[in-house]
Design a protein around this ligand. Structure first.
Ligand code: SAH
Length: 240
């Protein structure tokens, strides 16, 4: 069974978006994953197809009504075991570890919020896992869902041409990645570090590890606490 994404949204035309091109798009055509965007509004029951209402307790903005959203969720995931996610700035920050877990499962159901957000009772009763893509506010959950799916799809088996290139990436070993260089040997007077053209693979690996540690210490010291110790094996690509 290939990875199956169902996205609940008021803007289904935003999908598959950029995931319809390049490697993800080719994998989509090959059926290595699938995506279905479902219009939440189709589950409204009044004649105006209302999806939002004013916040209880007052205040600015509107809230997605619980009934409409609950019916949409039940319709798409009544009898499957896919995790149900809600894109939300209040959620747990998305990490590469969670991306790997999701990629090794059957798929996801993703709810995209709009307005001020969704009624809390839907989050509670439908067991939605809130996930944030960063400490800033988007106008809707759709770009966040596309970010999450991009991260998941690229590590599905067979999606990236060279599967190995998915292993040595920032975060995979708990560190940021080392810098990259390619030809020419001299660019605007700046040389490629000599070790990289030395042909000494042991020395190259050492240099990369040291650079990764240096960059991580400089930019993301918070990651160092969780990083792998020297000599531990690299994580393997996701197997189905
Ligand atoms: N009033 C809310 C923000 C609503 S933004 C608050 O202050 O928490 C509207 C919708 O955009 C949200 O329901 C959510 O689905 C999405 N969204 C906004 N920022 C996001 C982020 N950083 N990560 C994931 N989803 C986000």
């Amino acid at each position: 069974m290939s990875f199956r994404a169902t996205v609940l949204t008021l803007y289904p035309e935003m999908f598959p978006g950029h995931l319809g091109v390049s490697l993800a798009g080719k994998a989509l055509e090959r059926g290595q994953w699938s995506i279905e965007a479902v219009q939440i509004r189709d589950f409204a029951e009044d004649k105006h197809r209302t999806v939002d209402d004013t916040p209880a307790g007052g205040g600015a903005g509107m809230v997605l009504k619980p009934g409409v959203l609950a019916r949409a969720i039940d319709h798409v995931s009544a009898d499957d075991h896919r995790p149900r996610l809600l894109m939300s700035p209040r959620g747990r920050p998305l990490t590469q570890d969670r991306v790997r877990e999701l990629a090794s499962g059957p798929g996801v159901v993703i709810v995209c919020g709009r307005f001020e957000g969704v009624d809390q009772r839907v989050i509670d009763t439908r067991n939605l896992e809130e996930i944030s893509i960063g400490d800033y506010i988007l106008s809707g959950g759709e770009p966040a869902a596309l970010v999450l799916l991009d991260a998941v799809v690229r590590i599905l088996p067979g999606v990236m041409g060279n599967e190995l290139s998915g292993i040595h990436e920032s975060f995979e070993g708990g560190l940021l990645e080392h810098p990259h260089y390619t030809r020419p040997q001299v660019f605007e007077g700046h040389e490629i570090p000599a070790v990289l053209t030395s042909g000494n693979h042991g020395a190259i690996a050492k240099w990369r590890e040291a650079e990764a540690r240096r960059l991580t210490a400089e930019r993301r010291p918070d990651l160092l606490e969780h990083s792998r110790k020297d000599g531990e094996p690299s994580p393997q690509p996701v197997k189905k």
